[in-house]
Write a protein that binds this ligand. Structure first.
Ligand SMILES: NC(=O)c1ccc[n+]([C@@H]2O[C@H](COP(=O)([O-])OP(=O)(O)OC[C@H]3O[C@@H](n4cnc5c(N)ncnc54)[C@H](O)[C@@H]3O)[C@@H](O)[C@H]2O)c1
Length: 457
């Protein structure tokens, strides 16, 4: 029997601790976590218990773990956006192959440096562009490559971020400030830039972008609304963003449940069976069983009392209009002309009733329409010659990025076991283009001009 690949985890938060390290618990014959670096004690303790780690193999920072001799085959790096570069470079220089979260880095120079170090050391640096591995997008790629819609001419692509996800991550959460994390187009939409580049099979030539931060901020804070939702907000019943609505009552998540889709079914079936008459009033408030995303982010203590405390003390309980250093854009459009003359328009906005991507790909012989939503995934192909349409996929979205998280890990482990690296879909080199596109869009909107990609290549 083959031995599992051994891994160290750097940053055991939502992605490192839950998504990637949990893969080792589900598939112990494939992956084994042997050490972890994480400054938050509770998270470190959880990792120690779950993965049965020796105390000496639990470190409080990436510097400490990487000071040791090489401890495992691979290093999985899932620290926050601005802490990707140094640990990745050091890990590769120590001899680790690296799985690194996106965005790979937050400056052009750092992205390029990561590619260089990977190529100089011969170490694999695979970037977590998980959507390339999701069956929905693999199928889209296959349809395009089959020639069924002819040559692609234009793509319209929308990333509809749900209003509560936007509020959770991009107003109250880690990514609320571009200087502290990264610009929205990089943090969230580098996946979309990457998919466009991959599907169109060409580098971008010119990019322009507009966006703004329109709705949030003091200017729109409703009259009488306090800076914290729990301080007797007079509009608690009507405000979409009233913090207990999400973190205590779980209302947006229950709406997802009602719409169907595996996300809500997996997570809520037990709750709903237990509490068939859930409403936005107690006793629903007593429900503490659900502790997944986005609740998991707000506190280490996810009991009812713990959540209330988090809403009293952290950004997660702030009025969305009163987070003073929030500067993430809430809508953005990007126009792209590719070297092969395909054009694409990309729209991101943070006000969607439902999370997901919707897209239309027009070719010389047909059109593809796609919906990749929390409640469903659907692909329809229209054939212009025969005037027919065929639904090639219409099913429920698998959670974990439409199944992409697991498939990324499977691909990574397969790549590690092999000597050649030719079939690595998301090497740092491949991921560089999406990052450059995001930087170009960001520069375009800041400087109000069209960016020629050769300026920044
Ligand atoms: N691929 C995707 O689709 C996807 C989805 C979500 C997030 N991400 C990216 O994954 C990364 C992690 O996101 P997250 O949501 O897990 O964040 P997180 O904050 O939950 O996890 C980051 C962890 O790094 C730890 N950390 C801080 N300083 C450290 C140090 N010196 N040494 C080691 N660990 C340290 C933090 O304590 C935290 O537990 C981010 O870059 C994010 O943009 C990618």
């Amino acid at each position: 029997m083959k031995e599992p690949i051994t891994a160290i985890i750097i940053g055991a938060g939502d992605r490192g601790g839950d998504t990637y390290a949990n893969y080792a618990l589900r598939f112990p014959e494939e992956l084994k976590v042997v050490a972890v670096a994480e400054p938050i004690k509770e998270r470190l303790e959880i990792m120690k218990k779950k993965h049965n780690l020796q105390s000496k193999r639990c470190y409080s920072s990436w510097e400490d773990i990487l000071r040791e001799e090489k401890l495992a085959d691979v290093s999985i790096i899932a620290t926050q956006d601005q802490m990707h570069v140094e640990p990745s470079i050091l890990a590769m220089k120590k001899g680790y192959d690296v799985l690194l979260e996106k965005p790979m880095a937050v400056t052009i120079e750092d992205c390029k440096q990561l590619v260089e170090v990977s190529e100089e050391t011969g170490k694999l640096l695979q970037i977590c562009h998980v959507l390339r591995y999701a069956p929905f997008f693999s199928q889209l790629k296959e349809i395009i490559e089959s020639g069924r819609i002819g040559k692609i001419v234009n793509i319209s692509w929308r990333e509809n971020v749900s209003y509560f996800h936007y509020a959770h991550s991009y107003i109250r959460g880690h990514w609320h400030n571009r200087e502290k994390a990264s610009p929205m187009i990089l943090a969230k939409s580098c996946h979309d830039m990457d998919l466009l580049f991959w599907l169109i099979r060409s580098q971008a030539r010119m990019i322009s972008s507009f966006c703004s931060q329109t709705h949030f901020g003091k200017k729109n804070q409703p009259e009488g609304a306090p800076n914290r939702c729990l301080d007797n907000c007079p509009i608690s019943e009507t405000c979409l963003y009233y913090a207990p609505r999400l973190y205590i009552d779980l209302l947006p998540l229950l709406h997802l449940y009602k719409k169907g889709g595996s996300f809500s079914e997996n997570l809520f079936s037990n709750l709903v069976l237990k509490y068939p008459k859930l409403t936005k009033i107690p006793p629903f408030k007593k429900i503490t069983e659900y502790t997944g995303w986005p609740i998991s982010t707000i506190s280490k203590d996810l009991s009812y009392e713990g959540r209330i405390k988090a809403l009293q003390e952290t950004n997660y309980g702030k009025c969305v209009y009163a987070v003073t250093d929030h500067n993430t854009v809430d809508h953005q459009v990007v126009n792209i002309e590719f070297e092969n003359e395909v054009t694409a328009t990309f729209t991101m906005h943070g006000f969607s009733h439902e999370e997901g991507r919707t897209l239309r790909i027009d070719g010389t012989k047909g059109t593809i329409e796609g919906e990749f939503l929390f409640s469903k995934q659907k692909i329809t192909v229209f054939d212009t010659i025969t005037c027919t349409e065929e639904i090639l996929r219409d099913d429920k979205l698998q959670m974990e990025h439409g199944g992409g998280d697991d498939k990324l890990m499977q691909a990574f482990l397969k790549n590690i076991r092999k000597i050649g690296k030719k079939d690595v879909l998301t090497t740092a080199r491949n991921a560089l283009e999406s990052h450059l596109m995001a930087f170009a869009a960001d520069t375009s909107r800041l400087e109000n001009r069209i960016i020629e990609m050769r300026e920044i290549r």
